[in-house]
Design a protein around this ligand. Structure first.
Ligand SMILES: [Zn+2]
Length: 119
């Protein structure tokens, strides 16, 4: 709060602290500070008490989850190719060269770094 240029008295009743803790849990500190900055910019009188924000709008802040877009399904990894030589976790294949030396190589079909490259 102070970092955002807002200096207010945090003296309040214990029940108000419980309310603020509930708002932090529900909406998050970022939303509270944003609301406080907006309110201070439009307030006609200096705001001296944090309870002003609490009664003025923090209680009405929407839950933080409602503001966050849902995560993209599937993540960033391409789908597992299903090849028996391919390890589903590491997306690598054990390859044996002409001299019989085995080594792990990125799966050309489903390793994330291989995606988009010409086959
Ligand atoms: Zn694969």
């Amino acid at each position: 709060m102070t970092e955002a240029g807002i200096t207010v008295s945090w003296s309040m009743k214990p029940s108000d602290w419980l309310d603020i803790a509930a708002v932090i849990d529900r909406a998050g500190v970022t939303a509270m500070v944003r609301y406080a900055v907006d309110t201070k910019a439009t307030a006609r009188q200096p705001i001296r008490y944090a309870t002003f924000f609490l009664r003025g709008g923090w209680k009405g802040l929407p839950p933080a989850a409602a503001q966050v877009p849902p995560p993209r399904p599937g993540g960033t990894k391409p789908p597992y190719c299903g090849d028996p030589d391919c390890d589903e976790i590491s997306r690598t294949r054990e390859v044996e060269d002409d001299r019989g030396i085995r080594s792990l190589q990125r799966c050309p079909d489903c390793h994330p770094a291989s995606k988009g490259q010409a086959a």
